[in-house]
Design a binder for this molecule. Structure first.
Ligand code: OMP
Length: 276
């Protein structure tokens, strides 16, 4: 999917919500375990209940590969079920020497037909470049939402910059804002303004609201650019809003709440830029 198409979807639906399909066999409602493919059955009902409130789905690959071949099958069926106008992100956090990265790219872009894959920058340019293609996206880990993000990402380098700042600046030489997004966690929202100034054009994938307690309002105020530039992710707070038979309905309600909060901010940006 192109950046223009993604922005069109954001405007049409008045939302920049990305729903994490972190589907855990131990957490889904018990009655679904009777189905022959519980992960897919759960995802299908979640997608039916939420697709009008979001522009992206992000299955976290760990939840599927943990189940072996059956899990991959559930993932593939989920990918086939997601409406074609919705952006899809394989949250796989891959990255290896070039020929290996090329095969990871093939797996997620060609076999599973994802629009985007999360990639770790640690091994540098030749590990990231094989993922860069037209109309496909690398989402590079920059400033993550977890407590351990400060172990390395905030280290000050001899350039005077922090490691995450260097990742953002250097990687802009590898790919364009039509191929490259950055992961920027919502749990330190005071940093978003500064990060936006390093990458004014790029989309940011922002996890960490909901279960991790990040501040969505501050992210929206400080992180948007003229094409919105944000995909704000929430997984557990939406998909596990209930563990009963009404789980999909409750997920829809939680997604709607976030969509409504986003709508006000989005209309401000879109009106300012006269694009609607
Ligand atoms: P919830 O905390 O349940 O909303 O899920 C967050 C999702 O985003 C999980 O799938 C995480 O793996 C992912 N994530 C983070 O939580 N923090 C990050 O910094 C990066 C990611 C990610 O790459 O998506």
């Amino acid at each position: 999917m192109t950046r223009a198409k993604l922005f069109e979807q954001i405007k049409a639906k008045n939302t920049c919500l990305c729903i994490g399909l972190d589907t855990d066999l131990l957490k889904i409602p018990r009655h679904l375990l009777e189905s022959s493919d519980p992960l897919f059955e759960f995802n299908k009902q979640i997608i039916d209940a939420t697709h009008q409130y979001c522009v992206a789905y992000k299955p976290n690959i760990a939840f599927y590969e943990a189940l072996g071949p059956k899990g991959w099958q559930s993932l593939q069926r989920t990918m086939e079920y997601i409406p074609k106008d919705i952006f899809t992100i394989a949250d796989a956090k891959r990255g290896d020497i070039g020929n290996t990265s090329a095969l990871y790219a093939r797996a997620f872009f060609e076999e599973l037909n994802f629009d985007a894959v999360t990639v770790t920058p640690y091994m540098g340019e030749d590990s990231v470049k094989p993922f860069l293609r037209d109309n496909k996206w690398v989402i590079l880990l920059a400033h993550t939402s977890n407590a351990g993000s400060s172990d390395f990402q905030n280290m000050k380098l001899s350039t005077g910059r922090k490691l995450y700042e260097e990742v953002i600046l250097k990687s802009q030489q590898w790919g364009t804002p039509d191929q490259l997004m950055y992961v920027v966690g919502a749990t330190q929202p005071e940093k978003i303004h500064g990060i936006r100034s390093l990458a004014p054009e790029h989309f940011f994938l922002v996890p960490g609201i909901g279960a991790q307690g990040g501040d969505m309002d501050m992210v929206l105020r400080n992180g948007m650019n003229k094409q919105c530039g944000l995909l704000i992710n929430s997984a557990r707070a939406i998909i596990y809003a209930s563990d009963g038979e009404n789980f999909a309905k409750r997920a829809g309600e939680e997604a709607l709440k976030l969509q409504q909060e986003m709508q006000d901010h989005l209309s401000r940006v879109v009106l300012k830029n006269g694009k609607l």
